[in-house]
Design a protein around this ligand. Structure first.
Ligand code: ATP
Ligand code: MG
Length: 393
C-alpha cells in the first residue's frame, strides 16, 4: 500500500463565512486548470479538496504549490473508520517512513466517532509500538502520523507541503501591472497573483530607442506568469513622442519624475477602460532617485486611483531570490534598454516638488500626446505560454 490522495487545506478561506462557497468553487476551478493533463481526479467538500492520483505525486504537488488560495497539501491515505482496518493501515504507512521516533496526532472532525482523539491516538500508537522498533517522542518526533477523522473515512498522513497561501485568483478583482523589463516588476506581479489578484500588464515602449528585444523579453516574462494566471494581456504603449516632448520642455532633473507622472496617467486611463480596480508597480522605497518617498508622493499625485506597490519595503536581495524562484530572474537580467534607462538624466531630483512638475507640464501640450498614447495601445494576449490571436483590443 502507499499514499493515494492529496488533501488540500484552504487556509485563510476558512475565515470567510458567507463568501466561502464562492471561494471554494473558484479555487477548485483553478485547481482543475492547474492539473489539466495530469493523472489526477479531484473532488471537494466544505473543508477540503481531495486529489486522487496514481504514481508519483510530486509533479502534482509542485503544480498545486503555485495555486493561490491553498495553504497546505497533505499526502494522505484514505483509510477506514473500522478500527481494525485503521490499525493495520497506520502500521503499514509508518513502515514506509524513515526515523527512530514517532507521535500520533488525531483530529476528530467528525465528533460522532466513538473514540475520542486521545484514545484513538493511544490505540494507534500502541499498535505501532508493539509491531516496530520505533519509540514515542511527543516533542520532536522523526515521524508524525496525522489521523483525520471525517464522516466518510479516516485519512492518514505524515507528509505536508506548504502552499502559496492567499486567495483564489480572481476573487479580488484585477489590477493593471506596470511591467518593465527589470527584476522587480515581475516579482511584484507574482505577489499580486499570489494574493489572488488578477493582472493585466502595461509596458511603455520608446521605439526606436528601445528595441524589439524588450518585447521578446516581456513576452517571456509573461509566459512565466502564466503558471499563476492562464492568460495575461500585455498592453504596449507607444511612448516615444511624449517622452521626446518631455525631454524637450522639462529641465533635466525633473524628466524622470514627469515621465513617471505620465506613465501613471496613462496606466490609469487604460486600467479604467479594462475594468481594473487599481494599478500596481515594482517600486521599492529608496532603491533609486525616482523611488524616494518624496518622489513617490509627487508622482502619485496625478492619480486618485489605488496604486499598489507590493515591494515597497522589500529588500533587493529578497526580491532577487523570489525572481529566481519564479524563474524570471534570468530573463530580467538579459541586457535591454528601458525607456527609463535610455533617457536617464545625470542628476535626477530626489525630492521633486509637485508645483515644479505642474510648472513644467504647463509648458507643452502633453494632453494631446497622452491621448495618442492611450488610443494607440497595442494589446497582446499570452495564454499558457503562447501568444494567441485575440480580438476586442
Ligand atoms: P524594475 O526592476 O521592475 O524595472 P527598477 O528598480 O528598475 O524596477 P524603475 O525603472 O524606476 O525601477 O521602475 C520602477 C517601476 O516602474 C517598475 O518596477 C515598473 O513597475 C514601472 N516601470 C518602469 N519602467 C517601465 C516601463 N517601461 N513600462 C512599464 N512600467 C515601467
Ligand atoms: Mg527598471
Amino acid at each position: 500500500m502507499n499514499y493515494d490522495s492529496l488533501m488540500i487545506h484552504y487556509g485563510e478561506l476558512s475565515t470567510k463565512g458567507e463568501n466561502r462557497k464562492m471561494f471554494v468553487r473558484e479555487l477548485n476551478k483553478n485547481i482543475r486548470h492547474a492539473l489539466k493533463g495530469m493523472n489526477a481526479v479531484t473532488t471537494f467538500d466544505h473543508d477540503h479538496t481531495y486529489v486522487r492520483f496514481e504514481g508519483d505525486p510530486m509533479p502534482i504537488i509542485s503544480r498545486l504549490q503555485k495555486v493561490s488560495g491553498i495553504q497546505r497539501i497533505s499526502l494522505v491515505y484514505k483509510s477506514d473508520r473500522d478500527i481494525e482496518k485503521l490499525k493495520e493501515d497506520a502500521l503499514s504507512l509508518i513502515k514506509l517512513e524513515e526515523g527512530k521516533t514517532f507521535k500520533v496526532n488525531t483530529k476528530r472532525g467528525d465528533k460522532t466517532y466513538p473514540l475520542q482523539s486521545l484514545e484513538l491516538s493511544r490505540v494507534l500508537g500502541g499498535q505501532i509500538l508493539k509491531n516496530t522498533d520505533l519509540k514515542v517522542d511527543v516533542h520532536n518526533p522523526d515521524i508524525t502520523l496525522n489521523v483525520d477523522v471525517r464522516k466518510d473515512a479516516i485519512y492518514l498522513s505524515s507528509h505536508t507541503y506548504m502552499g502559496a497561501g492567499g486567495y483564489p485568483l480572481g476573487m479580488n478583482g484585477k489590477v493593471m501591472m506596470m511591467l518593465s523589463g527589470g527584476i522587480d516588476s515581475p516579482v511584484a506581479a507574482y505577489m499580486m497573483l499570489r494574493r489572488g489578484i488578477k493582472i493585466e500588464c502595461i509596458h511603455f515602449a520608446a521605439p526606436p530607442y528601445t528595441s524589439d528585444a524588450v518585447l521578446d523579453k516581456l513576452k517571456d516574462i509573461v509566459k512565466k506568469l502564466n503558471v499563476y494566471q492562464e492568460s495575461v494581456k500585455l498592453n504596449i504603449v507607444p511612448f516615444t513622442k511624449l517622452q521626446l516632448a518631455i525631454y524637450q520642455y522639462v529641465a533635466e532633473p525633473y524628466c524622470i519624475t514627469i515621465m513617471r507622472r505620465m506613465m501613471y496617467r496613462i496606466a490609469e486611463r487604460v486600467a479604467r477602460r479594462h475594468n481594473c480596480v487599481g494599478i500596481a508597480s515594482g517600486e521599492s522605497i529608496g532603491q533609486v532617485a525616482s523611488q524616494t518617498l518624496d518622489s513617490m508622493v509627487t508622482i502619485n499625485n496625478v492619480t486618485s486611483f489605488p496604486v499598489i506597490r507590493p515591494l515597497a519595503v522589500t529588500d533587493k536581495l529578497d526580491i532577487i531570490k523570489l525572481s529566481q524562484e519564479i524563474e524570471t530572474y534570468d530573463i530580467s537580467i538579459r541586457p535591454y534598454e528601458d525607456c527609463c534607462t535610455i533617457f536617464k538624466p545625470k542628476k535626477p531630483k530626489t525630492r521633486p516638488k509637485i508645483s515644479e512638475c505642474e510648472y513644467y507640464e504647463s509648458l507643452f501640450d502633453w494632453k494631446t500626446l497622452l491621448d495618442e498614447c492611450v488610443e494607440n495601445v497595442n494589446a497582446i494576449m499570452i495564454k499558457d505560454g503562447e501568444e494567441v490571436d485575440f480580438e476586442n483590443k
